[in-house]
Design a protein around this ligand. Sequence first.
Ligand code: FAD
Length: 466
Amino acid sequence: MNSYDVAVIGSGPGGYVAAIRCAQLGMKTAIIEKYSTLGGTCLNVGCIPSKALLDSSHHYEDAIKHFEEHGIDISGEVKVNLEKMIARKQSVVDQTTGGIDFLMKKNKIDVYEGLGSFKDATHILIKGEKEEEIEAKNTIIATGSKPSSLPFINIDKERVITSTEALKLKEVPKHLIVIGGGVIGLELGQVYKRLGAEVSVVEYADRILPTMDAGVSKELNKVLKKQKFNINASHKVKSVERVGDEVIVKADNKKGEEVEFKGDYCLVSVGRRPYTDGLNAEAAGVKINDRGQVEVNDHLQTSASNIYAIGDVIKGAMLAHKAEEEGVFVAETLAGQKPHIDYNLIPGVVYTWPEVAAVGKTEEQLKEAGVEYKVGQFPMRALGRSRASMDLDGFVKVLADKTTDEILGVHMVGARAADMIAEAVVAMEYRASAEDVSRMSHAHPTFTEAIKEAALAATGDRALHV
Ligand code: FAD
């Protein structure tokens, strides 16, 4: 039987990063993955394929809507070849997952293909083509999550689908009904909207992106409406019925009236659930809480002292970069180091266009905590860079402590917000004040000037270009 210092169960961004860091720190490491490709949800059916389709559909939309105003005449019809678009997405996925194979080899990590399940706290059975058993002094559970649904919905994976099927449709829906106006629903909704579908979003909460800053959610709502999204907040879905090729969704609106949506596809994007099926966690003494998450302490250690858990399968934001930070954290803890993660500074991003990005506290959270704060907000349309590319929607909002001026939160909607948020993370990591950021030179013309201007606005209303 092969014996390891560390076995990692699950090869998503949490698991494979944990394995690499363990190997870098000199531990003999194994990784177990039940699928034939490494990379987990993120690389196979999450972050990477969704961004590939967002990019392709963005090019198409630019061609049909914006090339002309840029002075580019396209003679003849511009058409979508969905099969090719999906094939390109798959080749991006294949290259990326192949890259993880390379990294495992480079770091001398043994890869086992099969379902990992605990025999006891130091032995794992791997059920793949053959059945194997390995011994591990320490184990890191990184088994991730799966799409969740509502109890009355039958996901048939043909017309009533999850994000996984939405990434490989064979036709552009005529009318896509999206249940859930969170990140995944809006991103995939925008892909098919750009490709020509009518898109109706049905959201239970009183606004889309309900966990983000309300100002940001309002701005994106406005922009999506301009893009002709049909957004229905405060709608409680009560039935989803498939009749032939039609899907009928019934919901109650705020007034308690029944509203019916008829479409040809329904994307159920109501969240994800932690995944521990088949893991046999009890055999190792690992507790699962009533939300289905592996319970961990502040060191990400489970109720079994030699077993740790990271990523989507534990509490906290279900984000690839959060899982990665936790992977490194556990590897370094096992090596006797004292790592640290500031969960307040894990940024959240929505890759619609315009993009949405945020870090730190929202206005709602600051109000609830009774913190006195200042707001500096700057519209993207006031930037020369925005006018050059005609990306005029959105704003950057900086929230700073009223007394100390320390930046407490940064929220933005706009072109390239996903990349710009890194500046806010760095500033907040170093506990910068709004004035610190406002006094740093930002290249002109760039979208990042909106951060400087919003910081100026927060520092005594000193924005220069509004
Ligand atoms: P996962 O990536 O879910 O990996 C877990 C792995 O464990 C899987 O490969 C699974 O097969 C394997 N496994 C499970 N049980 C066993 C077992 N018993 N034995 C062996 N193997 C097992 N996040 C972002 O940060 N940015 C984005 O842009 C983004 N976009 C997304 C878009 C979509 C459509 C979706 C669905 C998700 C997106 N996410 C995004 C979320 C992101 O994918 C997850 O947060 C991330 O993958 C979690 O990583 P993880 O390592 O915890 O688990």
